[in-house]
Design a protein around this ligand. Structure first.
Ligand code: GN1
Ligand code: MG
Length: 393
């Protein structure tokens, strides 16, 4: 009997049935505003198995139904993401949260809930996270991992190499920042995130500590970055006095999806917290004027593109103060320099923050970003003109 049983129900099959049974018990409730919540308590769940192409430690109970398939999504340097299809055809984005980067995942979940609620109320299309447990927050601890899910958004990522897409992305971030501007109580999950002077200080510490003996070959890059810091010392100090609003803080064009209904949806909401909205303009510029991040290319910086981004963002966002307007032309340079400093610091600290392909990856990123920052310095007069044109009289 035992042999027969094993023949007709392979262990995988048995575990899958157990998973399906559990999934039935956790029928989701869809709310009128389009959000969803599910009764769930991680502690009451028995572990089960999942389709073989899913990570074996993915928690049961995170998704609403029996699961069919999954594929790893290769995007982003921080979390691990899978696209999962359930047996009813529903699609989900499942993420294992990097607790190395985000050491307070509960704050991350609370922020995400507040931000998506505010965006939805403002009529701005946004993510629909799966709310779990009595507090209905998008977070689930399981074994050693911290997980969450949201409905998969079928759509096309905006391509920074395409002018139309870049405009759409800039307008989407402007509208998003306006929609979340009144959200209060957001936790600063990554303190001093866009504080370039603090990033320089940390680079200095990494150079002098030189834990891995990687500093000597990096000194040329360090001094090129220091030159940019000296040339822009006033702007860098002024940056830290800008009005604090709520910003996305990771405003790459590729973090905007055009969904199948033609709506631009801003994603990757982990860093939505207090900060200057110029960080979003700066990141849009950095990631758009030269989309390849880890290779030095001979692409010439196009000042007109910077003007297009500033114009599209500000038209969607609304008015800025004179201090903000004064720094618009430098925002791209400041974010590019900051990223170069962060990549180089991580290289010297042993690649503990960014995911790398090889031990020199962060160094190559730092080199490419430094070269881009130098090109932006070289084009700064033309960029200022283009920004002034974009803002009009
Ligand atoms: C990280 O992984 P991704 O692309 O979403 C980083 C950004 C950097 C970017 C550089 C939370 O974003 O700040 O600009 O890498 N996000 C975090 O590619 O640190
Ligand atoms: Mg990101």
């Amino acid at each position: 009997m035992e042999a027969l049983y094993q023949l007709s129900y392979s262990p995988v099959c048995r575990r899958r049935r157990a998973y399906q049974r559990m999934a039935r018990d956790r029928t989701p409730t869809w709310h009128a505003d389009g959000t969803m919540s599910r009764p769930f308590s991680a502690s009451s769940e028995a572990p089960s198995d999942l389709p073989s192409n899913l990570p074996s430690d993915m928690p049961p109970g995170l998704l609403p139904d029996a699961l069919d398939s999954a594929e790893r999504v290769a995007h982003g340097h921080i979390h691990q993401t899978w696209r999962v299809t359930d047996s009813a055809g529903g699609e989900w984005a499942v993420q294992r949260i990097s607790t190395t980067v985000f050491d307070d995942p509960d704050a991350l979940a609370t922020n995400l809930r507040r931000v998506t609620d505010a965006a939805r109320k403002a009529g701005v299309p946004t993510l629909i996270p799966v709310a779990v447990g009595p507090q209905e927050l998008p977070i689930l601890r399981y074994e050693d991992g911290v997980w969450r899910a949201s409905r998969w958004i079928e759509g096309r990522r905006m391509q920074p190499s395409d002018l139309g897409d870049s405009r759409v992305a800039a307008a989407a971030f402007g509208a998003f920042d306006a929609a979340v501007s009144d959200v209060s109580g957001l936790v600063e999950v990554l303190p001093h995130f866009h504080d370039p002077l603090m990033r320089f200080d940390r680079l200095g510490v990494a150079v002098s500590t030189d834990r891995l003996g990687r500093a000597a070959p990096a000194m040329d890059l360090v001094s090129r970055l220091e030159q940019i810091r000296a040339a822009r010392s006033e702007e860098l100090s002024a940056w830290n006095r800008l009005p604090i609003r709520v910003a996305h803080n990771d405003a790459k064009a590729t973090n905007v999806l055009m969904d199948t209904e033609g709506r631009a949806v801003v994603i990757d909401l982990d860093t939505v917290m207090s900060g200057t909205v110029l960080a979003d303009i700066g990141e849009l510029v950095r990631s758009t004027v030269r989309p390849v991040e880890d290779q030095i290319t001979d692409t010439v910086v196009d000042p007109g593109l910077v003007g297009e981004i500033v114009g599209a963002f500000t038209r969607a966002f609304g008015s800025l103060t004179s201090d903000e307007t004064a720094l618009l032309g430098d925002a791209g340079l400041i974010l590019t320099t900051e990223n170069a400093v962060r990549f180089l610091t991580d290289h010297l600290e042993g690649d503990i923050y960014f995911t790398v392909d090889d031990p020199d990856h962060n160094f190559r990123r730092a080199e490419a970003q430094t070269a881009l920052a130098e090109s932006l310095v070289g084009a700064s007069v033309e960029i200022a003109d283009a920004v002034a044109m974009a803002l009009g009289p």
